[in-house]
Ligand binder design. Structure first.
Ligand code: AZF
Ligand code: CA
Length: 453
């Protein structure tokens, strides 16, 4: 069990803490038709009129595919010792399975070697939403064959990179993939099929579980985990109804994923809430899904304040907008939510380790003036959330690392390029990267291993 770190002075992090920054393939790479890359559901979706802000697509994005060496220099300037990125499944298996595309593997091979040469540890996310369109055409995530195809993809990638990459994240945010992709249709593939939501969740978790042993076989002595977007649900009022509503939202957003991954099955109370939506599946699936993990990746941005609702079946909850600071995404700035989430995870699920695989904020940054981008609100967001993380470590949470989202401004999905999360500002005309004040600040925190003014 992890012990309280009362030896740590306020604001100071453990000497062996992983300090990183994070990105994802479709959001930064561009070069969508280069070197044999296949089509992904995000290529199809972003090119569908009306789906993304301004009709923005990832066709060019930050052109990281051609600028990756310079981007490694940006990371070195931040002094980070780790970098979390995702591999584009369609670069590796253009049809989703079967035929391997060697130039796709070669790109990531060179990137990994470049990172290692720079003293930066690669953390690889296998799935960050860019499903090959060919698999979507065969049913997509509602089709359990997709889970098997994912394990095949994991095998191809880890056979090639598993000797040098020792930190693997199977999926990024399965809740977002399933709920926005197949329930609301806000994300690719843009399907509005409520009855598909829980089967998609199940097949994503199954994909994860099938991939874990494959990764361990091909990448000996590696750390394997999954990244979940998690919130902390607070009752908006002190009524029993609001308490129960917060518990249902917690079940919907958090426990429906954490329980099968860490406790062997879906949460009973939510099975009753979801009723006929719960798919039938082989009990043996739960043993696959519950494969032991070395860490839990947590993406935290904001908490939820929840009240009971007579409407909105079957959850009967609604989120309440409380007073406070909000980011450009309309997300409440509430660092105590990170502390409460981390301590809850440690108490209720006791993962071997926790890694914050994403935390950060979007603000409407102005273009650089004399090479500077002043983003005091983003500095404040990072400072307050890192302070919350440090307090959690002091209180015994086995938090081993932190990845700032994001290295640079990039394609923010349906918001296109209208939301800027980067520690570096990207001019989308010239693709020039300019470090923001938050990047300068973060580089000092990382170099000193403690919060700085
Ligand atoms: O919305 C900010 C980030 N959230 N998690 C997944 C990432 O792909 C997003 O850019
Ligand atoms: Ca092998």
């Amino acid at each position: 069990m992890s012990q309280p770190r009362t030896d740590l002075a306020p604001g100071r992090f453990p000497a062996d803490f992983t300090w990183g920054t994070a990105t994802a393939a479709y959001q930064i790479e561009g070069a969508v038709r280069e070197d044999g890359r296949g089509v992904s559901i995000w290529d199809r979706f972003s090119h569908t009129p009306g789906k993304t802000h301004n009709g923005d697509t990832g066709d060019v994005a930050c052109d990281h595919y051609h600028r990756w060496q310079g981007d490694i220099e940006l990371m070195r300037r931040l002094h980070v010792n780790a970098y979390r990125f995702s591999i584009a499944w369609p670069r590796i298996l253009p049809e989703g399975w079967g035929r391997v595309n060697p130039p796709g593997l070669d790109f990531y091979d060179r990137l990994v070697d470049g990172l290692l040469a720079a003293g930066i540890t690669p953390w690889v996310t296998l799935y960050h939403w860019d499903l090959p369109q060919a698999l979507e055409d065969r049913g997509g995530w509602p089709n359990p064959d997709t889970s098997k195809a994912f394990a095949e993809y994991a095998d191809v990638v880890t056979r090639r990179l598993g000797d040098r990459v020792k930190h693997w994240i199977t999926l990024n945010e399965p809740w977002v993939v399933a709920f926005l992709g197949y329930f609301t249709g806000e994300h690719a593939p843009g399907r509005k099929e409520p009855e598909s939501y829980l089967p998609v969740v199940h097949n994503l978790l199954l994909a994860h579980g099938l991939a874990v042993p494959v990764i361990r076989e091909n990448s000996r002595d590696s750390q394997v985990g999954i990244t979940l977007n998690l919130t902390h649900a607070y009752p908006a009022g002190d009524s029993a109804e609001d308490e129960a509503a917060a518990k249902r939202l917690d079940g919907f957003m958090n426990r429906w994923f954490l329980d099968p991954l860490f406790t062997g099955g879906y949460p009973r109370d939510m099975i009753d809430v979801f009723g006929s939506w719960v798919p039938s599946f082989d009990e043996s699936d739960l043993g696959v899904i519950g494969a032991p993990l070395d860490f839990l990746g947590v993406n935290y941005y904001s908490p939820s304040f929840v009240q009971h609702s007579e409407g909105n079946p079957p959850l009967h909850v609604e989120q309440v907008r409380v007073d406070g600071e909000y980011t450009d995404m309309g997300w409440l700035v509430y660092p105590q939510g990170l502390y409460d989430l981390l301590t809850r995870l440690h108490r209720d699920y006791s993962p071997a380790a926790i890694v914050i695989t994403e935390n950060g904020a979007a603000y409407p940054d102005e273009p650089p003036v004399e090479g500077r981008v002043h983003d005091p609100k983003r500095v404040e967001y990072y400072a307050s959330h890192l302070d919350a993380a440090q307090r959690a470590i002091r209180d015994g949470v086995p938090l081993r690392g932190y990845f700032a989202w994001s290295l640079m401004d990039n394609f923010e999905w349906a918001f296109g390029y209208s939301k800027r999360f980067g520690l570096y500002y990207v001019d989308y005309e010239t693709l020039e990267r300019t470090i923001k004040d938050s990047g300068l600040w973060y580089s000092r925190v990382v170099a000193e291993g403690q919060l700085v003014p």
